[in-house]
Ligand binder design. Structure first.
Ligand code: SF4
Length: 325
């Protein structure tokens, strides 16, 4: 019977090479990748297509958000809970391994490549906490790590696995040439939780609005965000792309405004806001519009289903600096 394995596949070069090393042993590989509002499967989809790897994309937004509020091993430099996030993914991949009758799972991790998440101890912790430690192989560093059950049972030949470690990429690039892999995305990047500005906004959301919905998380990706007093937020599109994205996220009860007959931002107050907040939002709308400097502008405000025009002076830049999140 053919041995079957699940690859926790990010789409980066290391995960491609791990797949190749395992496939070299005649093992059938199914790729699995995860997505949330913070990272998507675009890179994994693209590279899986290039190497003709069947790929399962699983949305783990709910469990990831629950973990993100109180990660057991804390956050990295920003709001990235990498140890707990890896654990969650390995645990998810392990369940798929069981459900599909695969023999083991593997990742493209390289010992010592990342300072926090790929130390010997981190690799050990995430494997153990995932509940599948005996079945997780890191083919690129396997010879430097403890032997796993599939290796002991002869389902995988340990001698044909590698002993890579450290941050260098030379060996991987040479391997890519040998395997005829010409397309692979740059390493890292792509996770909003490692972005300082996004992390600041997320921290603000968690502390000010414990009952937030997924839409509130989605909104963090677009525009400038302000709080001018009460708990509701003012979001100001920075460009056409932001304006269009915010437009799609409008819900009943939001206050929405834009300049009347002048280019400018779409401004949104999720949940509506009181008179004071609406006034501050309108003044921000004028400030970030093409209205002449320091002159009043006419703003089109839609609130509780009713639209009206009103004239406002621009917000002071010092106020905007104080309100911004
Ligand atoms: S960088 Fe983002 S996706 Fe990657 S492990 Fe950390 S939190 Fe998870």
């Amino acid at each position: 019977m053919t041995t079957k394995a699940i690859s926790l596949f990010s789409g980066g070069l290391d995960s491609i090479l791990a797949v190749k090393v395992i496939q070299d042993q005649g093992i059938s590989v199914q790729g699995v990748t995860f997505e949330t509002p913070f990272f998507n499967a675009r890179k994994a989809r693209e590279t899986a297509r290039h190497i003709q790897l069947p790929l399962l994309v699983v949305d783990i937004t709910d469990s990831h958000l629950a973990m993100l509020k109180a990660p057991r091993y804390g956050y990295g430099k920003n709001m990235n809970p990498c140890i707990d996030c890896h654990t969650l993914m390995l645990s998810g991949a392990g369940k798929i391994m069981e459900d599909t009758g695969a023999d083991f799972l593997f990742t493209g991790e390289v010992l010592g490549q990342r300072p926090m998440s790929q130390t010997r101890q981190s690799l050990y912790i995430v494997a153990k906490n995932s509940g599948y430690a005996d079945y997780i192989i890191r083919p690129l560093s396997a010879q430097l790590l403890a032997e796993t059950r599939p290796e002991q049972e002869g389902k995988v030949n340990r001698q044909q696995l590698l002993a890579l470690q450290g941050r260098g990429r030379k060996v991987q690039m040479a391997m890519a040439i040998t395997y005829g892999v010409h397309y692979y995305p740059p390493p890292a990047g792509g996770c909003l939780l490692t972005d300082p500005m996004f992390s600041r906004r997320l921290k603000d959301l968690f502390s000010r609005d414990p009952n937030h919905a997924i839409r509130d998380v989605e909104l963090l990706k677009y525009g400038r965000h302000f709080r001018s007093g009460e708990s509701v937020k003012i979001i100001v599109g920075r460009n056409q792309k932001d304006n269009e994205a915010l437009q799609k996220l409008i819900r009943d009860g939001d206050t929405v405004m834009s300049m009347n007959q002048l280019p400018g931002p779409l401004v949104m107050i999720p949940g509506g806001g009181n008179e004071e907040v609406v006034k501050n939002a309108a003044r921000l709308c004028v400030l970030y519009s093409d209205a002449p400097e320091n002159e009043e502008g006419i703003v089109n405000i839609t609130r509780t289903g009713q639209s009206h025009l009103a004239s406002f002076s621009p917000a002071n830049r010092s106020d905007a600096a104080e309100w911004i999140i």
